[in-house]
Ligand binder design. Sequence first.
Ligand SMILES: Nc1ncnc2c1ncn2[C@@H]1O[C@H](COP(=O)(O)OP(=O)(O)OP(=O)(O)O)[C@@H](O)[C@H]1O
Ligand SMILES: [Mg+2]
Length: 226
Amino acid sequence: MKKRGIFVAGTGTDVGKTYVSALLVKSLRERGMNAGYFKPALSGAVREGERLVPGDAQMVCECAGLPGDPADYVAYCYEPAVSPHLAAQLSGKPIEPDGIMNRFREIASQFDYVLTEGCGGIFCPLRTDSRTLLLTDVASLLGYEVVLVSPSGLGAINAAVLAVQYAQNRGLHLRAVIMNQFEDENFLHQDNKKQIERFTGLEVVPVARNARTISADFLLESSALA
Ligand SMILES: Nc1ncnc2c1ncn2[C@@H]1O[C@H](COP(=O)(O)OP(=O)(O)OP(=O)(O)O)[C@@H](O)[C@H]1O
Ligand SMILES: [Mg+2]
């Protein structure tokens, strides 16, 4: 299914995918675009009585002013704070591509643009039993270009270049790399940016610590909106 949007992946877990996603959805909405959010699978949700609260969706909804229950923006939500394939196994609720796509279609029917946030790093198994389902398979199903969120400090060149090359080997198109918690005056960060640009050929967008806005220009200029 083709719907305007982007897939936000990371070099690893906790690199700032949700932080960046929230600001990008907010930025798109401030431009008057009816942009929404989708999270195919989330583990580590917080239990409140009978309900599981998906933290990532809650943060994006609050920051970007999305309507409704944050849980509606997530296809598969699990309590154990482990890789989604293991959380699904422990919960006895396997992740089905159809389940992801059905929830996606519901969200896509309400929005003109859907920013989808991956889980974990770019290599993230969602299912490892009788069939294999990887995070990159979901990005392929959705047909989106990928924005890769990377840290900015020591190790960033290795992490970002490997992640980009892996995603490209899986047939995905990369739109940009976001270097998160970037410090303009830090010579290591500056050089990492130069090397990531050089070895990936991609646009690299720096995002500062505690940034309150991220310009969505690099999304709007892209074929991600075509
Ligand atoms: N630019 C930033 N400035 C300040 N804090 C940040 C920034 N980016 C991320 N953080 C903080 O770092 C932590 C991890 O970020 P975040 O939850 O966005 O990571 P993630 O990649 O979405 O993780 P997950 O793999 O669990 O989805 C959060 O506490 C978040 O608020
Ligand atoms: Mg997240």
